[in-house]
Design a binder for this molecule. Structure first.
Ligand code: MYR
Length: 131
C-alpha cells in the first residue's frame, strides 16, 4: 500500500513544527515549498526510499525495527527506526544534537499518503498524492 511515487500536496501546521525544531524563518519558508517527492518500494520488511526536493536527491534503505541514521534536509541528524502497526508506519527518531525525540507516522488513505510529525508537543501533517 505504501508503494508508489508520492508528491507533496499540502501541509498542516508544518511551519510551526519546523519552528519548534529550531529551523530559522528563511529555511522554513523555503521548506514549506520544497516540492518533496518520495518513492517508496517495500519488499517484506525492507524499504527503499527515494527522496527528491528542491534541497536534495537521496536514496536510502531501511529494515523495519532496525535503527538507522538519517539527516533532515537542514542537516539535523537523527537516528531511529520505523515499525508497522496495523496499516500505519510508526517512526521514532532521536535528534543527535539534543537527544530529543521526533515521532512520525505514515498511513495511506484513499489516494493520499498522510505523514504526521510530532516534536516537543507540536504536531504537523504533510499530505502526498500519487504522481
Ligand atoms: C524516510 O522514511 O523517508 C526516511 C526516514 C525519515 C525519518 C525521519 C523523518 C522526520 C522528518 C522530519 C522533517 C522535518 C524537518 C524539520
Amino acid at each position: 500500500t505504501f508503494d508508489g511515487n508520492w508528491k507533496i500536496d499540502s501541509n498542516d501546521n508544518y511551519e510551526k513544527f519546523m519552528e519548534q525544531m529550531g529551523i530559522n524563518m528563511v529555511k522554513r519558508k523555503l521548506a514549506a515549498h520544497d516540492n518533496l517527492k518520495i518513492t517508496i518500494e517495500r519488499t517484506g520488511d525492507k524499504f527503499k526510499i527515494k527522496e527528491n526536493s528542491k534541497f536534495r536527491t537521496l536514496e536510502l534503505d531501511f529494515t523495519l525495527g532496525v535503527t538507522f541514521d538519517y539527516s533532515l534536509a537542514d542537516g539535523t541528524e537523527v537516528s531511529g527506526s520505523w515499525t508497522i502497526e496495523g496499516d500505519m508506519m510508526k517512526g521514532l527518531f532521536t535528534r543527535k544534537d539534543n537527544g530529543k525525540i521526533l515521532t512520525t507516522t505514515r498511513i495511506v488513505q484513499g489516494d493520499e499518503l498522510i505523514q504526521t510529525y510530532n516534536y516537543e508537543g507540536v504536531d504537523a501533517k504533510r499530505i502526498f498524492k500519487k504522481f
